[in-house]
Design a protein. Structure first.
Length: 210
C-alpha cells in the first residue's frame, strides 16, 4: 500500500511538472493563435472598454507591427517623441525622468482639433504579464477629469510585435460620453497605424545606411 502511494505521488508530481513546463513553453512562444486571429492580414481591431459605470469608455486598438520588440519599445519609451507620430498629441515634453519612468507634459486634441487638452502624466513600466511588456501613463494634473494611456507590447517572433494601445481622455466639457468614447477609440486605431509608419521609416533609414 505504501509503495502504491509513493508511485502515485511520483506520477502526480511528474504530471504537474509537465504542465508547468508546457505553460512556460507556451508563454515563451509569444501570443497564442487566438490572440492573433484576424490580425495576420494587417487588420487593426478597435473597440471601447468600460472604465467606470456611467462614464466615458477607454478606446482600445490592437494590431501587428512588423518590427522587433526592442525597436518598438525604443519608440514607445521615447516619451518626448510622442508628438512626432501620435495623431492627437501636439506636445510631449519630458519634465523629469529616471530610467524609463518620467513626468511628461502633454497637449492633445480630439474632435478634429476642436478640443484642446493638456495633462502632466506620470509614465512608467508596469509588471510584465508573461511576455507582454506594459507601459502606463496617468494624469496627475490637467484640464480633464481623467487621462490614462496604456501600451501592451508582446513579441510574436524575431521580426514582429503585437501592440495594443488603450487611451482614456475625459474632458471637462458638456459632451455625450458616447461621443468622447468614440473619439478615444478612433485615436487608438490611428496611433497603431502611425506606429507602423514610424517603424517602416526607421527600417528604410537603417537599410539606406548599409
Amino acid at each position: 500500500m505504501t509503495r502504491s502511494l509513493s508511485v502515485l505521488r511520483l506520477v502526480v508530481t511528474c504530471v504537474a511538472a509537465l504542465a508547468i513546463n508546457h505553460t512556460a513553453f507556451a508563454e515563451a512562444q509569444g501570443p497564442t493563435s487566438e490572440k492573433l486571429a484576424g490580425l495576420e492580414d494587417g487588420t487593426i481591431k478597435s473597440s471601447t472598454v468600460a472604465y467606470k459605470p456611467d462614464s466615458v469608455r477607454w478606446g482600445r486598438a490592437i494590431g501587428i507591427v512588423d518590427a522587433p520588440l526592442a525597436d518598438v519599445l525604443a519608440v514607445v519609451e521615447n516619451y518626448a517623441g510622442y508628438q512626432t507620430f501620435m495623431p492627437h498629441f501636439k506636445v510631449s515634453k519630458v519634465l523629469s525622468q529616471r530610467g524609463t519612468s518620467a513626468l511628461v507634459y502633454m497637449q492633445a486634441s480630439l474632435a478634429r482639433n476642436t478640443m484642446n487638452l493638456w495633462a502632466q502624466m506620470k509614465i512608467s513600466p508596469k509588471a510584465s504579464e508573461g511576455e507582454t511588456r506594459i507601459i502606463e501613463g496617468k494624469m496627475v494634473d490637467g484640464n480633464m477629469d481623467a487621462m490614462i494611456a496604456r501600451w501592451e507590447v508582446t513579441p510574436i517572433d524575431a521580426n514582429r510585435t503585437l501592440v495594443a494601445f488603450q487611451l482614456l481622455m475625459d474632458p471637462k466639457l458638456p459632451l455625450p460620453d458616447s461621443f468622447v468614447s468614440s473619439e478615444n477609440e478612433i485615436a487608438t486605431k490611428k496611433t497603431i497605424k502611425a506606429l507602423r509608419q514610424v517603424m517602416v521609416e526607421r527600417l528604410k533609414k537603417t537599410t539606406a545606411k548599409r
